[in-house]
Write a new protein. Structure first.
Length: 152
């Protein structure tokens, strides 16, 4: 059952890709047939169109693949291999991708030497525009959280 569940996103996404090419976009009709909402079907189609069959990893979920779908083919392959070899959960993969993006992103107008020290120490907790640390104070359930930008 697990294998079937991991394949459904691919089957529907590939089916919709074929149907869209042959008959034009028919997401509303496909939603009636499958029971999935139109946006979910569009997401399935996007992931199936971006992750080539040769890069799809049988041991990873469709959600793992969705996390890397916007990347280049080479980056997709590298991250999917890592996720499979390290047995990363979808959440772990998401965190690692976010950290990698934050490490690669230098605040505009600043180089590594001039970015605030906290920005260099704690990737993932800095403003991507100014490089200052961001502290998130999570509110109680049902209450808003607040974000504070701390001057360095």
């Amino acid at each position: 059952l697990g294998m079937i569940g991991r394949g459904v996103g691919w089957w529907i996404g590939d089916w919709l890709r074929y149907g869209n090419a042959a008959y034009g976009e028919r997401y509303v009709r496909a939603a009636r047939i499958t029971g999935y909402d139109v946006q979910t079907l569009m997401n399935m189609t996007y992931v199936a169109s971006r992750v080539h069959l040769s890069r799809r990893r049988e041991k990873l979920s469709w959600s793992h693949h969705a996390e890397v779908a916007a990347m280049s083919d080479e980056d997709q392959a590298a991250w999917l291999v890592r996720a499979e070899e390290d047995r990363l959960s979808v959440q772990d993969l998401r965190v690692m991708l976010r950290e990698a993006r934050n490490r690669d992103r230098t605040p505009e107008g600043l180089d590594e030497g001039t970015a605030p020290a906290a920005a260099r120490r704690e990737p993932g907790t800095v403003c991507p525009h100014c490089g200052h640390p961001i502290r998130v104070n999570a509110g109680r359930r049902g209450h808003d959280s607040d974000v504070t930008i701390v001057a360095a």
